[in-house]
Design a protein around this ligand. Structure first.
Ligand SMILES: O=C(CO)COP(=O)(O)O
Length: 250
């Protein structure tokens, strides 16, 4: 059985002061939850405060992006070595907002996945199709391409360290969720791609989260699906009650 993994992606929300206070509240509200993995993905400037608040708890902290070089003249960028030292365990890579607003390519994402693993960070790789791609029936083709490109050069052992978040772009921040059955079908397909790239064991062990308008009202139905192992939650992770309810899915 795969362990459930619920992650909040705070995106570019919360100041350092707000993030610290929220992390403290979250820690106490979730203190008794031990049977699932929990993570918050925070802005770079919020890492130090949130890591401090969550130290010794079971809630992990992720960055939402990074550069793939370990150091150098890359003004404005943040390296995996810096992130590791700052206390994050995971890094969200290839989010659709990175791909579509900031022009990240599959090649860059592959380099970032490589660099994260080289420096002891666990990648959460986001994949997902645009609305027009879904309408053209290209969902599987797009997701396969993004997975194959991102995993290029990864050994089997490295592949086992990657979490995938399937986030259909048309469902992000729109209130439209893929139906649990539709999402499950794509998750099953992604597992098939992993079996082709590696083997059945990698396919079965890889955690695949769903993301896109996850809310307290739909989390239970999503998590009831065989191939949905968790969620990457945007808007609904910013409020204590809703994120706590999502983490406590039944
Ligand atoms: O992009 C997302 C998580 O990474 C999803 O965002 P929403 O939950 O706000 O739709």
């Amino acid at each position: 059985m795969r362990r459930a993994f619920i992650a909040g992606n705070w995106k570019m929300y919360k100041t350092p002061t707000e993030a610290k206070a929220f992390a403290r509240e979250l820690r106490s509200a979730l203190a008794d939850v031990k049977d699932r993995d929990i993570l918050v993905g925070v802005s770079f400037v919020n890492i130090a405060g949130v890591v401090e608040e969550l130290k010794g708890s079971q809630i992990w902290v992720a960055a939402q992006n990074m550069y793939y070089e370990k150091e150098g003249a890359f003004t404005g960028e943040v390296s995996p070595v810096q992130l590791k030292d700052a206390g994050v365990t995971h890094v969200i890579l290839g989010h659709s907002e990175r791909r579509h607003i900031f022009g990240e390519t599959d090649e860059m994402i592959n380099k970032k996945v490589r660099a994260a693993l080289d420096h002891g960070l666990l990648p959460i790789l986001c994949v997902g199709e645009l609305l027009e791609e879904r309408e053209k029936g290209e969902t599987e083709k797009v997701c396969k391409h993004q997975v194959v490109e991102a995993y290029k050069g990864l050994s089997r052992e490295e592949a086992l360290k990657v979490t995938i978040a399937y986030e259909p772009v048309w469902a992000i921040g729109t209130g439209k969720t893929a139906t649990p059955e539709d999402a499950n079908q794509v998750h099953a397909f992604i597992r098939k791609v992993l079996a082709e790239l590696y083997d059945q064991d990698v396919a079965e062990k890889t955690c695949i989260q769903y993301g896109g308008s996850v809310k307290p009202e739909n989390i239970d139905a999503l998590m009831a699906q065989e191939h949905i192992d968790g969620a990457l939650v945007g808007g609904a992770s910013l409020k204590l009650d809703s994120f706590v309810r999502i983490v406590r899915f039944q």
